[in-house]
Design a protein around this ligand. Structure first.
Ligand code: ADP
Ligand code: MN
Length: 515
């Protein structure tokens, strides 16, 4: 090989002509001897040009020489080339994996499925013959139809009477069958591709549609994980909602998580400034984020499904909207309680499945639940009478039954009991409203009787005291039966006399903001 070709590296200058005159002297390593004839020769000019081109477009030479495969002649001076090499290496690994999958799926079957279209490195630009062999083998498989003939641009083949256009049914049908190869690998097309099937356009389009929606569905399933508000963390959409509240100045800062329950996550935040003068944002807020994991809410259906306030809406809603309805329900119920003067969080704002309310507690420390606090017997007695009073108010003034009343949902703050967690509360005329009330009464009676409050009524007495009903049964089973009979009567009455007028919009609710 001509020594000039090797020595004249791109940054070593155009050649030896000036090197002898160089003021810094000629580098002693490059002792090139060549005649004027050589310098002037057309061959040298061509070689130099090639050299330059190689430096400017390394990938051209690289692909031509195939250094990726052999590992020889690797020029590592170009970042671009390195990146391309890595990519190529990656693509090859990917293809190897694909080949293994292909083999596994096909096994010894005579009709095989090809993943050819999913390869990163096309067989044409690789010298590995493995692909080629597979391809040829299956082509001559007796069960497999030949690849459909492609129609040239002009849209037909043949002459005169024998003209076959691209719309020919048989050609189209075969083409459609072959196109099934383009569906995602996990889409099972059976032996169809291998047979001489002729799929009509209609059938093919239906299949294609299905294949695509399958792909989207699996993508969505993946997405769902992102969307569910997991332990403590919230999904991106909720994060955006919270971020907007802080950004709007409505909240000062969100400090942290107070509680993670099965159905909600509660955060503490410092309140900011309200956009409107008439509304004051409390200095500390609780943000209740209703979980968007759907299965948890299935068993709550019974609360909302039969609530006539939501009856018309429930059937038409998707699960996501139903979750928003829980938040909405809590807001409305809290507002009713607020209006009746029952100690409870004050609603600040509702945005989708996020409810902001006043914080019961101080300096980021939430008020303790009744189950966690040790009260003096005097306070215990006080608490009991307060709760009895609140239950009556709730029933008579708010037309509500808490439906999850227990020492877990009552906070002790400022020397009194505060009711929280009213998203599941229903009106007494709810088909199971009285049963829920009886359950509440059992919880309250038990807690205070165990807590040493001698005056505490038993659950049946409490039920009658709250509801104003006069059920006389002296044991739980009979009592329960009478409650159910009453509910049935009420239900029949509602059926015969139509729906009650909704009191839903008359309780002066705060605005619901929505995009
Ligand atoms: P869950 O449905 O998860 O039980 P809750 O409304 O009961 O939801 O809230 C869970 C916990 O978060 C409560 O037990 C209480 O400790 C705390 N919490 C909820 N709301 C407030 C609030 N407004 N102020 C202070 N703490 C609250
Ligand atoms: Mn609770």
């Amino acid at each position: 090989m001509d020594p000039v070709g090797i020595a004249a590296a791109p940054d070593a200058g155009p050649g030896p002509a000036w090197q002898s005159k160089c003021p810094w002297g000629a580098p002693n390593t490059t002792s090139i001897s060549c005649s004027l004839a050589d310098v002037m020769s057309e061959q040298l000019a061509k070689e130099l040009q090639l050299e330059e081109e190689n430096a400017a477009f390394p990938e051209v030479a690289a692909v031509a020489e195939g250094p990726f495969i052999t590992g020889e002649n690797i020029d590592t001076s170009s970042d671009l080339m390195l990146a391309q090499m890595l990519q190529m290496e990656f693509d090859r690994e990917y293809d190897a994996q694909l080949r293994r999958e292909e083999k596994k799926i096909n096994g010894d079957s005579k009709v095989s499925i090809s993943f050819e279209n999913y390869r990163k490195v096309h067989p044409y630009d690789s010298d590995s013959s493995e692909d080629e062999v597979d391809w040829q083998d299956t082509r001559h498989d007796p069960y497999r139809a030949d690849k459909p003939t492609t129609t040239p641009r002009k849209g037909f083949i043949g002459k005169g009477k024998d003209i076959t256009t691209k719309h020919d049914e048989v050609v189209c049908g075969r083409k459609n069958t072959a196109r099934m190869e383009n569906f995602a690998p996990e889409f099972q097309v059976g032996d169809g591709i291998g047979m001489d099937l002729k799929l009509s356009n209609q059938v093919f389009n239906a299949l294609k549609q299905h294949a695509y929606s399958e792909e989207r569905r699996s993508a969505r399933l993946h997405e769902k994980k992102e969307h569910s508000t997991a332990e403590k963390a919230v999904d991106p959409k909720t994060r955006l909602l919270l971020y907007k509240m802080v950004n709007a100045g409505m909240l000062e800062t969100i400090t942290g998580c107070i509680s993670t329950g099965k159905e909600s996550v509660v955060f503490h935040a410092y309140g900011g400034k309200s956009a409107t003068e008439d509304k004051v944002i409390p200095p500390e807020c609780a943000i209740k984020v209703f979980k968007t994991t759907l299965n948890e809410f299935k068993n709550r259906d019974k609360y909302i499904k039969d609530d006539y306030r939501f009856k018309d809406r429930f059937s038409k809603l998707n699960p996501r909207k139903i979750i928003r309805m829980w938040a909405e329900k809590e807001m409305h119920n809290l507002t009713r309680m607020q209006n009746a003067g029952i100690p409870c969080p004050q609603v600040v704002i509702l945005k989708k499945h996020v409810l902001v309310m006043s914080f019961i507690g101080q300096d980021q420390v939430p008020a303790p639940k009744l189950k966690d606090v040790t009260l003096s017997s005097e306070d215990m007695k006080k608490a009991y009478y307060q709760i009895l009073n609140m239950m009556q108010q709730l029933y008579k003034e708010c037309n509500l039954v808490h439906a999850d009343l227990s020492e877990y949902n009552m906070l002790w703050h400022d020397g009194k009991v505060w009711l929280i967690d009213v998203s599941q509360s229903v009106e007494p005329t709810h088909p199971h409203g009285l049963e829920f009330l009886f359950r509440d009464c059992k919880n309250v009676s038990q807690f205070f009787q165990k807590g040493g409050v001698a005056e505490a009524l038993n659950e049946r007495e409490l039920f009658n005291a709250v509801s104003g009903l006069n059920i006389t049964a002296d044991n739980e089973v009979d009592f329960q039966a009478e409650i159910e009979a009453l509910e049935k009567m009420n239900e029949d009455h509602v059926q015969n006399h139509g729906k009650k007028l909704s009191m839903f919009s008359s309780d002066g609710d705060p605005p619901i903001y929505d995009e």
